[in-house]
Design a protein around this ligand. Structure first.
Ligand code: SF4
Length: 430
C-alpha cells in the first residue's frame, strides 16, 4: 500500500497532463481577501443541512449531531449566506434548488425559511428537490414539503433487509422505509427517488433485485443505486473490521451491477446516470449534475464560471463567518477554460449520454481527441451512437464507475480530508 501511492499519484499526474495540459494548477488555496464571485445570470443552488441523529459509518458528508438548540443558529447563518451571495453574485435566475445533507427533514423550519429567502432575493425559476430519511417521513413532513413547493424527493432507503440495514448502521426497520416510500408516492410529488445500496457485506444480486422490486412495487419512479465503500476516508473500513464482515469482490460488484441493469430493462426503467434509472416521464432526480451552482451551508461547494469555491467544513467556523456577513468560503481553485470543458465532459459521462454536437463549443481544440476516444469506446462495446448522442452501454457505465472511483473520488478524498482537518486550511494540493 505504501508503494502504491506514488504510482497512483504518477498515473493521476500523467492522465491530467494528457487531458488538461500543464497550464492548470491543481491546488485549492485560500481565496484572496477581496474575493467575490462573478456576477451571475443564472445558476442552481445547493443547501447543505448538516444535522444527523447519528453518524453512519460509511458516510463522507459534513454533519453534526442533531440538537434542537442548534437549529435557530443554523437558520440565521444560512439566511445570512443567501444574502451575501445575492449581493455578491446578483439576484440572478436560480434554475433549481437542491436540499441535501445531513438530514434536511430534521430542520424543515430552516429549509422553509431559506427557500423563502431564495425566492425573495433571487428569481427561482426551477424546481426544489430534497433528500429525506425514512425515520422522518410522516404526514406532517409530507404536508410541509408540499407547502414549501418541493417537487422532487429522494428517500434514503438503502435496503429493505434488516441485516443489510444493520451492516451500514441504519436504525429504522424495513417497514418504516416502506411506509415512508408509500407516503411520498401517495402525496403526488413529481419525482420520488429511492436510494438503494449494493455491494453491501453479505449482499447477493438476488437481494439487490428484491430491493429494487420492492421500491418499484411501492411506486418509486426513480431508483438510484450506490455501491458501498467509494469514499476511503470514512470509518467504514474500521467498522467492517470491528464487525468482522467482508465486502463483495470486484467480480461480485460487477455481477450485482449487471443484475441492476437487467432489472431496469425488464421493468421499463431507463438509465439516467451511471447509478440512476427512471421510469416514465417524471422529471429526473439528480443531486450532482448541474452546470453551475451556489453552495450554502458548511462544507458546501460552489461551481462558478472560472472556478470552484468550498465553504469551511467546520460548523462553528462556517456559522461565525456567515453570520458575520462575510463569505464562508475557505478554499478556491480557478479553472482554466480547458479544465471547465473536461469538467463538463466528466458530468456528461456520469449522465452516460454525451451530446456530440456540444463537444466543439465546450472542449474547443480537445473535441476531436474526445471524438476519437468515443469512437474507440464504441468499437470496444462501451458506448453506442444514435441521433447525435453517444450513450454508454452497461459495460461502459460499469467501467466508468471504476474510473470515477479511482480518479475523481481520490480528489474528493484528498480535498475533504484536508478540509476536515482545519476550519480554514491554507492550501490543498490535488
Ligand atoms: S448517511 Fe445520511 S443519515 Fe447517515 S450520517 Fe451521512 S448524512 Fe447522516
Amino acid at each position: 500500500m505504501a508503494r502504491a501511492l506514488p504510482v497512483r499519484q504518477m498515473a493521476t499526474g500523467l492522465v491530467r497532463r494528457l487531458l488538461v495540459g500543464a497550464g492548470q494548477r491543481w491546488q485549492f488555496d485560500v481565496p484572496p481577501a477581496d474575493w467575490v464571485p462573478p456576477r451571475l445570470e443564472r445558476t442552481s443552488l445547493y443547501l447543505h443541512v448538516p444535522f444527523c441523529r447519528h453518524a453512519c459509518p460509511y458516510c463522507p458528508y459534513t454533519k453534526v449531531r442533531y440538537d434542537d438548540a442548534l437549529v435557530g443558529g443554523f437558520t440565521d447563518a444560512a439566511l445570512a449566506e443567501v444574502e451575501w451571495w445575492a449581493r455578491a453574485a446578483g439576484g440572478c435566475d436560480i434554475t433549481s434548488v437542491y436540499v441535501g445533507g445531513g438530514t434536511p427533514t430534521l430542520a424543515l423550519d430552516s429549509v422553509a425559511a431559506v427557500v423563502d429567502r431564495i425566492r425573495s432575493r433571487f428569481r427561482l425559476t426551477g424546481e426544489v428537490a430534497i433528500e429525506t430519511n425514512p425515520a422522518d417521513v410522516d404526514d406532517t413532513t409530507v404536508a410541509r414539503l408540499r407547502d414549501m413547493g418541493v417537487a422532487l424527493v429522494s428517500l434514503g432507503v438503502q435496503s429493505f433487509r434488516p441485516a443489510h440495514l444493520e451492516a451500514i448502521g441504519r436504525t429504522y426497520s424495513p417497514a418504516t422505509a416502506e411506509d415512508a416510500l408509500g407516503r411520498l408516492v401517495s402525496a403526488g410529488f413529481a419525482s420520488v427517488n429511492a436510494d438503494l445500496m449494493f455491494a453491501l457485506p453479505g449482499q447477493t444480486a438476488e437481494d439487490v433485485v428484491a430491493d429494487l422490486d420492492r421500491a418499484a412495487g411501492l411506486g418509486a419512479n426513480q431508483v438510484t443505486t450506490y455501491p458501498l465503500f467509494t469514499f476511503p476516508y470514512t470509518p467504514v473500513g474500521r467498522y467492517l473490521r470491528l464487525t468482522g464482515v467482508k465486502l463483495p469482490s470486484l467480480r461480485a460488484r460487477r455481477t450485482q451491477y449487471r443484475a441492476i441493469c437487467r432489472w431496469s430493462t425488464r421493468r421499463g426503467f431507463d438509465r439516467v446516470s451511471v447509478w440512476g434509472f427512471k421510469k416514465g416521464s417524471a422529471p429526473r432526480y439528480s443531486s450532482v449534475t448541474r452546470a453551475g451552482y451556489i453552495g450554502i451551508g458548511p462544507g458546501a461547494g460552489s461551481h462558478l464560471p472560472g472556478g470552484f469555491a468550498l465553504n469551511s467544513f467546520d460548523y462553528a467556523a462556517w456559522s461565525d463567518a456567515a453570520r458575520g456577513g462575510g463569505p464562508a468560503v475557505a478554499l478556491w481553485m480557478p479553472f482554466s477554460q480547458q479544465l471547465a470543458g473536461w469538467w463538463w465532459l466528466y458530468w456528461r459521462l456520469y449522465d452516460t449520454r454525451i451530446p456530440l454536437d456540444q463537444l466543439g463549443a465546450t472542449l474547443g481544440r480537445d473535441a476531436s481527441r474526445v471524438r476519437s476516444w468515443l469512437r474507440l469506446g464504441e468499437l470496444a462495446g462501451l458506448a453506442s451512437q444514435r441521433d447525435g448522442t453517444m450513450t454508454l452501454t452497461d459495460a461502459g457505465a460499469f467501467w466508468l464507475h471504476l474510473a470515477q472511483n479511482y480518479f475523481a473520488l481520490d480528489y474528493v478524498n484528498t480535498l475533504w480530508t484536508a478540509a476536515r482537518r482545519r476550519p480554514w486550511p491554507t492550501a490543498v494540493s490535488l
